[in-house]
Ligand binder design. Structure first.
Ligand code: NAD
Length: 237
């Protein structure tokens, strides 16, 4: 299951998984009709595809997404959005919405998925964090804090779920050319590109390939890791 699969990174993850032969469940908001175009493209790979619409920031809607699902091998917590706000003007609602979608969304979906994965004694969760969850960012305190929370959630789940054979990792993308970034305009893209040693933003497929690796047997000794896919924007030793 991939949340936020109607656009950008989530769409690319869905297509990459389908290319590799996985059946996929696509989630997005009911307003995101493009998810049906993604379904058509996924099905061209000869795999099965279900669309489950719902807002990941609502516990009740997330529980409904999981009704009727008997087996789940991989959950990708990807749904998200970006909205800048000067810290002193950040409203309670803006803060709540940001944390609800990114952090509560990952929590609600992981909680429901883990119940299935524990029975299977196997599973993978890949959380899409952000380099800003590691670095922090001006005018994005709410976004950065939510993504930092996603990173801590990843590590805690990795520890708690290891005995059940469930591996939990995060991918922390740097700026990536998706509608989320493109809608901020070419100047923003140019400024952002300059921030990275590779002097460009990522392509959604470059993120999706790493998500696919973390969902595959090739990463069987990895859990609790935050994998930076960021053109060198963050380097830890
Ligand atoms: P995008 O806007 O192209 O796609 C995000 C998708 O999530 C959309 O289809 C949207 O409808 C869906 N979504 C939003 N809120 C939702 C909700 N409450 N419930 C269900 N679906 C919801 O953005 P993207 O760039 O592909 O972002 C995907 C993820 O990657 C996000 O978590 C984002 O924070 C993260 N990320 C993006 C970048 C970047 O530069 N693009 C960098 C780091 C991290």
């Amino acid at each position: 299951m991939i949340t936020g699969a109607g656009s950008g990174i989530g769409k690319s993850v869905a297509l990459t998984f389908a290319e590799k032969g996985a059946n996929v469940i696509l989630n997005d908001l009911p307003s995101q009709a493009s998810v049906y175009q993604v379904k058509e493209r996924v099905e061209r790979h000869g795999v099965q595809c279900l669309v489950k619409l719902g807002d990941v920031s609502s516990s009740g809607e997330v529980n409904k997404l999981f009704v009727g699902i008997e087996r789940l091998d991989i959950l990708v917590n990807n749904a998200g959005f970006l909205k800048e706000s000067v810290f002193t003007e950040l409203s309670d609602d803006e803060w709540d919405k940001m944390v609800k979608v990114h952090l509560y969304g990952a929590f609600y979906c992981a909680r429901a998925a883990v119940k299935l994965m524990m029975k299977q004694r196997a599973g993978r969760i890949v959380n899409i964090a952000s380099d800003l969850g590691q670095l922090g960012c001006e005018r994005l305190a709410h976004y950065s804090a939510a993504k930092g929370g996603v990173i801590a959630l990843t590590k805690s789940l990795a520890r708690e779920l290891a005995p059940y054979g469930i591996l939990v990792n995060a991918v922390a993308p740097g700026g990536t050319l998706t509608p989320l970034v493109e809608r901020l305009g070419p100047e923003y893209v140019a400024e952002e590109s300059a921030r990275y040693p590779l002097k460009r933003l990522g392509r959604p497929e470059e993120i999706a390939n790493v998500v696919a690796f973390l969902a595959s047997d090739d990463s069987s000794f990895m859990t609790g890791q935050v994998v930076g896919v960021n053109g060198g924007g963050v380097m830890y030793g």
